[in-house]
Design a protein around this ligand. Structure first.
Ligand code: CAA
Ligand code: NAD
Length: 283
């Protein structure tokens, strides 16, 4: 199961990061978006990060150019037909994910491995719409992808040992550390992180403290790099709202239920950093 060409679905926060690290690690990479405008925005973000790394002396101009040459953007599924690995990083909604996997299953050869970067959906629900449930798994990256060292490798009931081994090798080739988890909603990290983030919203809602003091408390009191409300803005309120609903549906425990404020922010389009407004305002 040699991987040389990688397809990435979605060039948002996560897809852009995944496409960047795959191209930098030497893989020919094709990233697909829904239209040219969104694609251009995602590719421009990747170029800006690479440019910053060059100006900091972290990356040579030659390596930057080689990475950019390995990275191709497209709005068509056809350009992903000869990929060895397809990594899906579109919106956290099951019908949309099932639709893209159905389309690609008809295009790609049986040998292509499909993975989803989902935060909370069940991998088996996506694998089941394809004819390759043994070559289907979860590959869960963390935000920001170029910085965070972890990847969760999620084994669905049907995933083969060969697929898991190929994903371990791929993760290591990206310079990241894999951990193994079963196909349980939220896997390891979000099972622990999401209730904590939702509790921070509940603290704010109930007037226990200001947003600044909640964030400062966890930064200075527990050494977190970001306070929970800043992290919610960073991950995306729309994404966390979907994750919380999916986790609540699965476990039926109140700690996973999205707090009312999160739902209102979602309805108002206050998606966090990506929309310019969340718990904080961004330029
Ligand atoms: N892309 C690429 N590089 C980035 C970046 C980005 N979006 N953001 C920051 N960086 C780099 C910077 O260039 C900088 O690199 P150097 O040290 O080489 O100069 C480095 O990261 C540190 O950045 P800053 O100095 O600007 O800021 P910082 O020290 O506050 O670090 C941070 C920023 C790495 C994001 C840090 O705040 C952090 O680790 N935050 C927590 C992130 C986290 O918890 N992520 C997990 C979210 S949950 C998830 O992803 C799972 C899910 O399913 C929802
Ligand atoms: P995002 O909203 O930043 O990006 C999603 C992108 O997918 C958009 O640009 C959208 O245009 C695109 N897209 C491509 N094809 C699509 C299609 N057919 N239907 C709908 N949208 C399509 O979201 P994100 O934060 O990058 O999250 C993407 C996935 O990664 C989600 O499953 C999310 O749960 C997961 N994830 C997110 C984080 C995070 O911190 N944000 C961390 C780990 C995993």
């Amino acid at each position: 199961m040699a991987i040389t060409k990688v397809g990435v679905l979605g060039c948002g926060l996560m897809g852009a990061g995944i496409a960047q690290v795959a191209a930098q690690a030497g893989f020919t990479t094709v990233v697909r978006e829904v239209n040219q405008a969104v694609l251009d925005k995602g590719l421009a973000r990747i170029n800006a990060i690479l440019e910053k790394d060059v100006s900091k002396g972290k990356l040579s101009a030659a390596d930057r150019d080689a990475s950019v040459a390995r990275l191709h953007g497209t709005t068509s599924f056809d350009d992903l037909a000869d990929c060895d690995l397809i990594i899906e990083a579109i919106v956290e909604q099951l019908p949309a994910k099932r639709e893209v996997f159905t389309a690609l299953d008809a295009l790609c050869p049986p040998s292509t491995i499909f993975v989803s970067n989902t935060s909370s959906l069940t991998i088996m629900e996506m694998a089941a719409v394809t004819k390759r449930p043994d070559r289907f798994a979860g590959l869960h990256f963390f935000n920001p992808v170029p910085v965070m060292k972890l990847v969760e490798i999620v084994r669905a009931l049907t995933t083969s040992d060969e697929t898991i081994a190929a994903l371990h090798e791929f993760t290591r080739a990206l310079g990241k550390t894999p951990i193994d988890t079963s196909d349980t909603t939220g896997f390891i990290v979000n099972r622990l992180l999401v209730p904590f983030l939702l509790d921070a919203v509940r603290l704010l809602e109930s007037g226990v403290a200001t947003r600044e003091d909640i964030d400062e408390g966890m930064k200075l009191g527990c050494g977190h790099p970001m306070g929970p409300l800043t992290l919610l803005d960073f991950v995306g309120i729309d994404t966390v709202y979907s994750i919380a609903n999916i986790m609540f549906d699965e476990f039926r425990e109140p700690r996973f239920a999205p707090p009312p404020l999160l739902r209102r922010m979602m309805l108002a389009g206050h998606f966090g950093r990506k929309s310019g407004q969340g718990f904080y305002k961004y330029e």
